[in-house]
Ligand binder design. Structure first.
Ligand SMILES: *Cc1c(COP(=O)(O)O)cnc(C)c1O
Length: 410
């Protein structure tokens, strides 16, 4: 939904320079129709089966985005009490909310139970005990799936691998059947499914298939013991095209490889995050200074690692484009933020046309793990967020002010 018309960059039918004028910079800008397309790609492929597409809302938990997904029929994959709260406020039916995470607290478990969420993705024996106890205390039953760690290593950045032996996630593969046998004995636990999520930004089908085959083995062993598993939750993890030419998997390809592995009567849950929102959102920022130092060219922009931490945290690549195409010659440039850390950069060694102070740049595909991971580090107020639909733009989060920085101080 990004395109140049007469050398001017548009998101849908709105000029990015107009967004900058209207809302200031830096600003996160989202394309509503890109979100719709991305979600529909999952939904129409799943439609042959019973199940749910649960948006992994840790990737972007803005209420405007969440409410859009509610209207499209999404469920939500949550990882904290706060996320459950946001999802309920955004209008998700609690019966479509699933809840994962290795460190659910007693308060969070009780809140989730009282909110009547669909199911817990349980990551340890200790957590199973806690859920059973709390459910008994408030006299409800808790639906659960075990998150199984299938010991599959997707070839992705080490910080976003979750399904490999020795990570903190899930029930170790060799204990999977035992977990179900123990759960069967618990009075307030209702076994509903099985879950695995092996990592993020995965570009090959191999690891997904291997994980599914290993999960199938667990299901067979569990069902031999008279325990029925209704839902298979395949997690999220589909990669997106951050760099031009990167080959990505479609939801259709993913599901067409996974469905035949399991019996026909199974219901499925998918938990896409990045592949729904990453390429729908971009960070619009302004060049504060051009600087040459030590033989290098720098563009110092008004967006820092507090606003978008992915380059710093994962050495992630985001394409950076000037919102006005020029014929100016290209020079090798580091695009850096204003924060007092050498790790504060948006992109290094990029061939960019010489742009001037005050010009705008777009850091693309920043819709996932962008705003959601932002902070006020260096006392920088959180950014505005704008949703574009056709030729209209709507503010979905207003820019924070200096006084917001002191909000909870006493
Ligand atoms: C993060 C996460 C997801 C989403 O992963 P993406 O790579 O963004 O699709 C899904 N499920 C669980 C349990 C997660 O932790």
């Amino acid at each position: 939904m990004l395109q140049f018309k007469k050398n001017v960059l548009y998101i849908e039918q709105v000029k990015l320079s107009d967004i900058a004028k209207k809302y200031g910079t830096s600003t996160y800008v989202y394309s509503k129709n890109q979100v719709i397309n991305n979600f529909e790609n999952y939904k129409k492929t799943l439609c042959s089966k019973d199940g749910l597409i649960c948006f992994a809302c840790k990737t972007n938990s803005n209420g405007g985005i969440l409410n859009l997904l509610v209207k499209l029929g999404a469920g939500a994959d949550t990882t904290s009490g706060g996320e459950i709260y946001r999802c309920l406020k955004a209008g998700f039916n609690p019966s479509k909310i699933v809840y994962a995470g290795v460190g659910k607290t007693a308060e969070e478990i009780e809140y989730a139970l009282k909110s009547k969420i669909f199911m817990f993705n349980v990551e340890s024996f200790e957590e199973l005990d806690a859920i059973d106890k709390i459910a008994s205390k408030i006299k409800v039953k808790a639906k659960i799936a075990f998150r199984i760690n299938p010991y599959v290593d997707p070839d992705t950045h080490s910080y976003i691998v979750t399904g490999k032996k020795g990570t903190k996630f899930g029930i170790p593969y060799e204990n999977a059947v035992k977990a179900y046998l123990i759960a069967k004995q618990k009075k307030n636990i209702v076994i509903t499914g099985i879950h695995s999520h092996i990592g993020s930004q995965i570009l090959d089908i191999g690891p997904f298939k291997l994980a599914a085959q290993k999960i199938k083995k667990v299901i067979d062993a569990v069902e031999k013991n008279g325990i029925k598993i209704e839902y298979i939750n395949c997690g999220g993890g589909l990669g997106i095209e951050y760099e031009k030419g990167q080959k990505v998997l479609s939801p259709k390809r993913l599901m067409s490889e996974i469905f035949p592995i399991f019996d026909k009567d199974k219901k499925f849950i998918f938990e896409p995050g990045r592949s729904i929102i990453a390429n729908a959102g971009h960070l619009l920022t302004k060049v504060i200074y051009r600087k040459v130092s030590g033989g290098k060219s720098f563009l110092i922009v008004n967006a820092g690692m507090n606003d978008l931490i992915r380059p710093t945290l994962y050495e992630a690549y985001h394409e950076i484009v000037p919102v006005k195409k020029t014929s100016a010659k290209k020079v090798k440039t580091d695009v850096v933020g204003p924060i007092c850390e050498s790790s504060d950069f948006m992109g290094k060694d990029r061939m960019l046309p010489v742009v001037e102070q005050g010009d705008f740049l777009l850091v693309t595909c920043a819709g996932a793990y962008g705003s959601a991971m932002s902070s006020e580090y260096n006392s920088r107020p959180l950014l505005a967020e704008v949703l574009v639909n056709g030729n209209k733009s709507t503010l979905i989060r207003k820019r924070a002010s200096y006084s917001d920085l002191l909000l909870n101080e006493i």
